[in-house]
Write a protein that binds this ligand. Structure first.
Ligand code: ADP
Length: 475
């Protein structure tokens, strides 16, 4: 059994099976499920470890982050395989995600050595002002199942870099990748209590983290409904918090777009990683003159995508992550039909050699932006084409959503691309690129109902994982 890590010790718990969504007969491993008491102990351990870790030497912290990056990179095939097996994204995507996690640890190992403040003259003569950043304290980390390695990495690495101690709760469906990352960090030399792993249920472990006054900051990625709960609990406890939640990301295709680029961007945005990315695009907003050519070409492209076992060479799209998500995808396909959208391809359950949650990517046309399939996050390989007359209508439809994470446009017009970059109501804008697929060294995050709080990743991560102090000195 893979155990939880609490105060530097591996701790047993009730064992839970981790099931491979490509082959439900394959048990990836047995993972210990933490309870409320374990969570309380983990938080207490993080609190006790904070004074030592927050004042530890830069080189000690640097070495641990560097070693972690090196080991993740050296084991990218094996860790990628584990990720692919427990989550269902293709092996290539999973190895890519693992490499990205290594790059994130490497980036923050570097940031460790660039910690800086400012010294300014006061407006009052003779007085100096120093502006410095301090760690926040005990940071709670709650992560979703869709990026089991990268999301924990982009929260854990900066949290440690800036001197915080952590309690990490991964999603129930993907404890394997989380355990592997924590094991690497533990062996890299983290002092006891600095990083605690509590695998288990959101309603038990996650809730215990929300309810504990000793958690000073909470970073969450997951659904809007849980995010709201997190926000309420954090306000109640005067706790700093950061939320990354859903998306309903638009991809605009204008008449002047390069058709091949547009089709590749749309197929990638909508269907890769089985559509299970918060940056996925499920609204393809297409102007009149290119509409029919685009739909025909995208339909052909979908026919060429192999949906199969995530570990099989040649698979483009793996299974849906679990039966609950599959049911949600199928239910939205039904809703789309009932609302009057036309299902041009896909939406069928597929049989493969092994028993898995295989769904053919689904494409709707004749969709309006008011339909539920255009307004609610589906989180599966389901996209709809919304026909518009011109760029102005495309921009208005793209922004007509409660979300604002990523927003894409395919065009060869500099004028429209520039206008879109300025006017898209989203945290990230992509021109002639898929809405998903971001760099690790620049800010990530959205606006409106997609996100709350400072950006993640790159140097912007300091905003959440540190507190600014302003000190005045009269010599
Ligand atoms: P999804 O529907 O994609 O699984 P969730 O928001 O339910 O998204 O899950 C994201 C993370 O939030 C998971 O780690 C989950 O266990 C956790 N979680 C779920 N419910 C709660 C809760 N009541 N309190 C804290 N964390 C929770």
């Amino acid at each position: 059994m893979h155990k939880n890590l609490i105060d530097g010790e591996w701790v047993d718990g009730e064992g839970v099976e981790n099931i491979n969504p490509s082959n439900t007969a394959d048990v990836v491993g047995i993972y210990a499920c933490a309870n409320e008491e374990d969570t309380e102990r983990a938080i207490a351990a993080a609190k006790a470890a904070f004074p030592g870790w927050s004042r530890s030497g830069l080189l000690e912290r640097h070495a641990i982050l560097r070693k972690t990056a090196d080991e993740i990179l050296a084991r990218k095939e094996e860790l990628g395989r584990l990720l692919s097996r427990e989550e269902g994204k293709t092996l290539a995507e999973a190895i890519g995600e693992t490499v990205r996690a290594a790059q994130i640890f490497d980036f923050f190992a570097g940031e460790m050595l660039r910690l800086a403040g400012e010294t300014l003259p006061s407006v009052r003569p003779g007085i100096t002002v120093e502006v410095t950043r301090e760690p926040v304290g005990v940071v709670g980390i709650i992560t979703p199942w869709n990026f089991p390695v990268a999301i924990p990495a982009w929260k854990i690495a900066p949290a440690l870099c800036y001197g915080n101690t952590l309690v990490f709760k991964p999603a129930e469906l993907v404890p394997g990748s989380a355990w592997a990352i924590v094991d690497i960090l533990h062996r890299a030399g983290l002092p006891k209590g600095v990083l605690n792993l509590v695998m288990g249920k959101g309603s038990v472990v996650g809730q215990a983290m929300l309810d504990n006054r000793d958690v000073d900051a909470l970073t969450f990625t997951g659904s809007v409904s849980t995010g709201k709960r997190v926000a309420q609990a954090c306000v109640e406890h005067h706790r700093k918090f950061q939320l990354e939640m859903g998306g309903k990301n638009p991809m605009v295709v204008l008449d002047d777009a390069d058709l091949d680029v547009a089709v590749d961007c749309a197929a990638n945005s909508a269907f890769f990683s089985t559509g299970q990315r918060c940056t996925a695009s499920s609204r393809l907003i297409v102007t009149d003159s290119i509409h029919d050519r685009f739909v025909d070409a995208l339909t052909e492209k979908i026919k060429s995508l192999n949906v199969d076992d995530a570990l099989k060479p040649g698979t483009h799209i793996g299974p849906v992550v679990d039966p609950r998500q599959l049911e949600q995808d199928l239910s939205y396909i039904g809703i789309g039909r009932d609302e009057g959208a036309r299902l041009v391809i896909g939406g069928e359950l597929l049989e493969r050699e092994t028993q898995g949650h295989y769904l053919q990517p689904a494409l709707f046309t004749e969709a309006s932006n008011q339909m539920r399939i255009s307004r609610e996050e589906i989180f599966g390989p389901v996209a709809s084409v919304i026909r518009v007359k011109d760029y102005e209508e495309a921009l208005a439809v793209a922004n007509d959503t409660e979300f604002g994470l990523s927003s894409g446009i395919c065009t060869t017009s500099l004028k429209h691309a520039s206008h879109y970059k300025r006017n898209a109501e989203a945290g990230m804008v992509m021109v002639n690129l898929p809405t998903a697929g971001v760099d690790f060294h620049v800010p990530f995050g959205g606006r409106k109902a997609s996100s709350y709080g400072p950006r993640e990743q790159g140097r912007y991560a300091a905003e959440f994982f540190t507190i600014v102090k302003t000190a005045y000195t009269q010599p």
